[in-house]
Ligand binder design. Sequence first.
Ligand code: ZN
Length: 712
Amino acid sequence: MISCKPLPYLLFLALVPASLPAQNPALPAPAVFGYRSFTAEAAIEEKFLSIPDAGLAGQHLKTLTAEPHLAATPGDHKTADYVAQKFRAAGLETEIVPYRVLLNQPTEVRVEAFAPNGKQLMSGPTREHVAGDPYQDDPRVALPFNGSSGSGDITAEVVYANYGRQEDFDYLAEQHIDLHGKIVLIRYGANFRGIKVYLAEQRGAAGVLLYSDPQDDGYAKGKTYPEGPWRPETGIQYGSVQYQFKYPGDPETPGVASTLELPDSARVSPYGSQPHIISIPISYHDAAPILQALKGLTVPKEWQGGLPFHYHLGEVGRKDGVTVHLLSRQDYQRRIIWDVIGKVKGTQYPDDWVIAGNHRDAWIYGAVDPSSGTAAMLEAVHGVGALLRQGWRPKRTLIFASWDAEEEGLIGSTEWVEQNAQALKRAVAYFNTDVAVSGPDFSADAVPSLKQFVRELTRSVPSPLGGSVYQQWRANHPAQSGLRGNHVTPEAGEDVHVGNLGSGSDFAAFLDHAGVPSTDIGSNGSYGVYHSVFDNYAWYTMNADPHFDYLQQMARVLGLEALRMADADVLPYDYAAYAREITSALEADQRRVGPAGRGSFDFGPALAAAARLATAAERVRGQQTDATGDLVRLNLALRQTESALLSETGLPNRPWYRHTIYAPDELSGYAAQVLPGVNEALDSKNLAIAAQQLTALTTALTRAAQTLEGAR
Ligand SMILES: [Zn+2]
């Protein structure tokens, strides 16, 4: 459970920076990186911060979650109209941008299990149900399904495979359990569900059953809904099993936008990023009778979940096996989806876009995921509208985006990025939010150049717990070593940790494909109803944020990211921090390779290129602070330094991913892989490719250093 103690008010007075109580104009504005003088901007930010309203945000949330709004359905279209109307009311130049993309919707889903003697053990999937939930019985709630699942009708023996990680499948192989033609029962957690299906398919499985074990987000964590926030017995996690680590977006158009005009002849087979096999998500109510009937070897201790009996791997190829029948009828069609794009043209740098975005589609109601993000974004837009009415205009073009079909595979954002690839070479930032509010615990991920930017601006936003968001964040999150300790070393003096961007939301196309510096923010808490019918307005007001104070907070943080970036004299990228992180990642790889590998790898040139980038960053920092000289040239060079880190050919097995420093991890899918070309080759013990990728990385780092040296 998360504990949040309000800081004493006096401490708040002592620590909060001058930009918050700018009510007193006699106080000088603080120095803010990227601004020659922050006085005028402080006044603009103060006006902005006074507008986002908790009550109005709550109303947006209620409207957005009034009915199921799966991508490409009438409910989804209604939410697009609502968002467009709010954008227009604020004075944004607004359009609804459609794409035609391949999506499946379930028409029939069945799961039955049989004991060796033919006795039926269960028949489902059982619809999600708890006592008293007002939203669960809507006839528009889709059948439980996985986006990108195959269609078919199969009957086979079942094997339990824990979380479905590479090491879990390796363990089954060591036990001589052959998965060819079998159905694999896998619990959610530890990695992206698409990876579970991908690995099962590689091992020859005919189908996958995904279930939510009570140990991971159910009663083992605490009280279940409606008594508490955790997943109840019938709760099901819907979700996409697309192979997003190959490429996200419309599976038929990698690298190309699926506009309405795009001819069918320009589309390719979807199986580059889609499984052939069936997968179906179920609750532990439905999984328990299957698990309980499995015989064979007892599972290793770590494989045991929270159900009150011993788990077994399953007896296959003998007479004691449990048999499961899976029926999945998926209606695959090219369907229309709708992004909503609202713009305010910049006065000084109209071609330099600052984009803030969040997806709008949900598996069902999506109160937390993503409607809390949409409600927060609409109140940020409300604040921008108030500034516009007072005559303010941003220096750079401001764009707010409401993406569609994120859940199926980051589709709306990916298609838009592919369509606007040329213009996005000048986009200076993409600020994402998705699961904006599930509780009080603020967190952020960012490219290294924007980590300090995020820390700094959260000092200007008040927390509902008292003090600033920054103070609460710092109180809850002392500096830590990151998710992947070997890749993320906390910098000396890092007071609050900002993570690296992996994948799992709409920043992926911006950063990994287009090289736009990005951040992702959220406010988190106990959240056991992810991707279930119970992620609805009733759950939200009971568990996450009853007075919508955190929606207001997130509206202010998201809006401030956009405003502060849009109006900066000089882009506030911290490339010294970037160079430090790259250097420590290279040093970690050097240790990983060890003395034995030094013959095949020379890290010297890559480390020298990173050092050259660090030197260029230190030199340019003075200019960024003074904001004098040729600012047009300076800003352009600063922006192009991030682009210089893209590789033209992309990563070896997945050319859509072009960033040489970050990609989603191929084996976890959510976490960030740092220096992906080198590390993935080392993971697969392909030393020739690793050496070649080290050279490609050196080229990119040298290009980035040269670009930054040109900033004068
Ligand atoms: Zn989401």
